[in-house]
Design a protein around this ligand. Structure first.
Ligand code: NOJ
Length: 543
């Protein structure tokens, strides 16, 4: 069984807990129903009190918001929807006063179609330097009426859109998100300047969007198994021509050098959806990304065998290259873990959301398991990611009406896939009104479900609340140095347990209450049953 030794590196990103803020849905300061940067700054105390080390901000750049800001039209400015550059500077200053580091999202695979680079490319001739910023190609067929290849968009439909002049452009996501051509050295220069722009504003790092899509195989050949994989890939099959191309590694090496030329420990986390983890580990070699999101762990669901194998695979792969594993259960792209674990919603459907017609999750059971899963995760050595609202135990909103839905997945699939809006709903601060303190407006950009009222932050003051469990466990994690700790399994029966330093973390996957490890009980995810560990509950015990 896998063993992991405590790390010696003292850099914060090896063991830190990073809290993802989704700016649209965190807090609205100006009463327009949309969260903004000033709203974040005003409420950062609550995040510092939670006991995390850093925040990661999803995109707030100038953007037509066709994919909630992952369609950037100016990488060096703030969208007026979220405020100004001055608001951003105040946010960073306040965060640093509170000892919170700030990571921001960088979106280098594609821009918005409204970006001046794309607008210039549209106005320029075929084969011009301006078009060489993107992938413009002639089509197949007699009159070029067929797309240049068989690639599909991640959001559904073909990955190509045809212009009036007859050429096609590539977009692995929405048609409003043309893919950049990373074969062009001019793009490298543009992004180096973007990195420096934000590092000069004193940010502590980047979360990099879709880095595994940036390189494309020469000649853009067909996806060899598109019928089975659609836009994606199958682990056992060869790499498709749009994912994991070797050419990208040199880019991240050059970015790492830029980060290292700044004082302090600046870090990059890649959203590299690369599996198996042995392959992902190549992205966190000492001169590339500092971390990547551990999607194997996220995908494991709350299934014992999958969890054990994900954890084993993680330590084996990341220890090999001296990188920390990250652990993550939630983000803005997947069904919230309360609802995922309250039903049978595996990874394959996780980013497709849960609609009103689906079998609905049992959120009470889901919350029990989700709290246990979080406690199990926070005991693991390495870095952990949390997503806003999970500390409140928020469920997925499964009943958003079609006119409110904004995720391009919904429109591109004519509602077949409801998409990710259910995980992106504005979070509740103070019980009451239509948005429980999120905004002073009558409504927010997405409506909340009724269940959010009682889960509002101001309601969660008792020791058994989910918020207090997050706070208490983060405090213990930091006091005991568990993020920098060691790992070995101690049992794999109905109770699954591991030891980190002198703490045993045990979860009861069985049906009956079970004996606790002998020692001092530090925390549990739910009350014990006559001194025993009930089903679906995690405990930390000092031995
Ligand atoms: C991953 C982001 O997390 C997701 O929200 C976005 O839609 C895609 N990348 C495209 O940028």
């Amino acid at each position: 069984m896998v063993q992991h030794e405590a790390v010696t590196g003292s850099e914060w990103w090896r063991s830190g807990v990073i809290y993802q803020i989704y700016p649209r849905s965190f807090a609205d300061s100006n009463g327009d129903g949309m969260g903004d940067l000033a709203g974040i700054t005003q409420n950062l105390d609550a995040i510092a009190e939670l006991g995390v080390d850093a925040i990661w901000l999803s995109p707030f750049y100038s953007s037509p918001q066709k994919d909630a800001g992952y369609d950037v039209s100016d990488y060096k400015n703030v969208d007026p929807l979220f405020g100004t550059l001055a608001d951003f500077d105040s946010l960073v200053e306040r965060a640093h006063e509170l000892n919170l580091r700030v990571m921001i999202d960088l979106v280098p695979n594609h821009t918005s179609d409204q970006h001046s680079w794309f607008q210039q490319a549209l106005a320029a001739a075929e084969g011009s330097p301006a078009r060489n910023y993107y992938h413009f190609k002639d089509g197949r067929g007699k009159d070029g009426e067929l797309p240049p290849n068989n690639w599909q968009s991640m959001f559904g439909g073909p990955a190509w859109t045809r212009l009036e002049d007859g050429q096609w452009y590539l977009h692995l996501f929405d048609s409003s998100q043309p893919d950049l051509n990373w074969e062009n050295p001019a793009i490298h220069k543009e992004f180096e300047s973007i990195l420096r722009f934000w590092l000069d504003r004193d940010i502590d790092g980047f979360r990099v969007d879709q880095p595994h899509a940036m390189g494309k195989a020469a000649g853009l050949p067909d996806h060899p198994y598109v019928e089975t994989a659609g836009a994606g890939f199958i682990e056992e099959e060869p790499d498709p021509p749009m994912w994991f191309q070797d050419s990208v590694h040199e880019i991240f090496r050059s970015w790492r050098r830029i980060l290292e030329s700044y004082p302090g420990d600046r870090a990059m986390c890649g959203e590299a959806y690369v599996l198996p983890l042995k392959k992902m580990a190549l992205w966190v070699r000492p001169d590339e990304f500092h971390q990547t999101f551990n999607f194997r762990f996220l995908d494991a669901g709350w299934d014992k065998a999958a969890l054990v194998s994900a954890i084993n695979e993680s330590f084996e792969a990341f220890d090999e290259v001296g990188a920390p594993s990250t652990w993550v259960l939630n983000n803005h792209d997947v069904i919230r873990h309360v609802s995922r674990f309250g039903g049978d919603f595996g990874r394959t459907t996780a980013s497709d959301g849960i609609g009103p017609d689906a079998v609905q999750p049992d959120n009470a059971l889901g919350l029990l398991k989700a709290r246990a899963a979080t406690l199990f995760m926070l005991g693991l050595p390495g870095a952990s990611y949390l997503y806003q609202g999970e500390e409140l135990g928020l469920p997925e909103h499964t009943n958003i009406s079609p006119e409110h839905r904004q995720d391009p997945t919904f429109t591109r699939t004519s509602g077949q896939r409801v998409g990710r809006d259910g995980a992106r709903v504005p979070i509740p601060w103070m019980k009451g009104g239509t948005t429980n303190g999120f905004t002073s407006a009558n409504s927010a950009w997405l409506p909340q479900p009724e269940s959010f009222a009682d889960l509002s932050r101001d309601q969660q003051t008792s020791a058994d609340s989910t918020l207090e469990m997050y706070k208490a466990s983060l405090k213990l994690r930091s006091e005991l140095g568990l993020g920098e700790g060691s790992f070995s399994w101690t049992s794999n029966d109905a109770v699954l347990s591991y030891q980190n330093k002198n703490v045993i973390v045990a979860h009861n996957f069985g049906e009956d209450s079970a004996k606790l490890p002998v020692g001092q009980l530090l925390i549990t995810s739910a009350p014990l049953n006559s001194g025993k560990l009930p089903a679906n509950v995690t405990a930390w015990v000092k031995v």
